[in-house]
Write a protein that binds this ligand. Structure first.
Ligand SMILES: [Zn+2]
Length: 263
């Protein structure tokens, strides 16, 4: 009788361990930690992880090579459709976190700033920089490109691209460059920075449907790229490049997409 009880107990304990093991596999916190690992996945701009290898690095990076609506592209007024779309920009000064991702300097913006593009509202969530520029304006590369990333209520993205050309020193960039954290760290800044000071006076823009310019190269990003650049001094541009050597994805094919131009 004792032996039967012991056998039954050990049988039940085995089942319990199996159930706990299965739960651990599908448990959401475990899935979340898996995701954290994923965000640290290796991809880059040079060598064996450069843009030509992105699609082969991870299964969910496939769009980087198979996508038909990829970014960046060459934006040409001659080939664009004139279209008077409405873009309203409502940015306010905000304290923010500066993050050195190792691939760029990213400024996470506090809530309260937004744009409206064709009557759809998108909140500004962060901005970051590329050198050289990713998009080309009239077949011309710029020294740098600023990306202001916005999200709507359905988590769809609208990104404003602004070219940065050598010229007068830029006070806003000076403040940001003074606080570039070391790789992988985040720094909260007390001084509020106004993203509207990083926009050109003339807000003529190209608009097209594209993608993230970094893995996983997800599509359906509303791209708004300003035709006119802002300026930064050559030493300011060189300072950024000394931290982030080169972080621009090469041009992608336009395929059958239309580009609109509004002024
Ligand atoms: Zn970007």
């Amino acid at each position: 009788m004792d032996r039967l009880v012991r056998q039954t107990l050990s049988y039940l304990i085995s089942i319990l361990f199996a159930v706990v093991f299965l739960l651990a596999i599908i448990h959401p916190t475990l899935a979340a930690s898996q995701q954290d690992v994923n965000t640290a996945r290796q991809w880059g701009y040079e060598g064996v992880t450069d843009p030509s290898h992105w699609a082969a690095l991870e299964a969910d990076f496939a769009l980087c090579s198979t996508g038909q609506s990829q970014s960046p592209i060459n934006l040409r007024s001659e080939a664009a459709i004139a279209h008077n779309e409405t873009l309203n920009i409502d940015y306010h000064p905000s304290p923010f976190n500066a993050v050195n991702t190792g691939r760029t300097l990213q400024m996470n913006y506090a809530s309260g700033s937004q744009i409206s593009l064709d009557n759809e509202n998108y909140k500004l969530v962060q901005f970051h920089f590329h050198a050289p520029s990713e998009h080309l304006i009239e077949s011309k590369t710029s020294e740098m490109e600023l990306h202001l990333v916005h999200k709507n209520a359905n988590n769809q993205l609208a990104v404003i691209g602004v070219m940065i050309e050598p010229g007068s020193p830029n006070e806003t960039l000076e403040e940001l460059w003074d606080h570039i954290p070391t790789v992988g760290t985040k720094q909260s800044l007390d001084l509020p920075v106004d993203a509207s000071r990083l926009l050109p006076d003339d807000l003529s823009f190209y608009h097209y449907q594209g993608s993230l310019t970094t893995p996983p190269c997800s599509e359906s990003v509303n791209w708004v790229v300003m035709k006119h650049p802002i300026q930064a001094s050559s030493p300011q541009i060189e300072t950024f490049k000394s931290y982030f050597h080169t972080n621009a994805r090469p041009l992608q094919a336009l395929h059958d997409r239309a580009v609109q131009f509004s002024q």
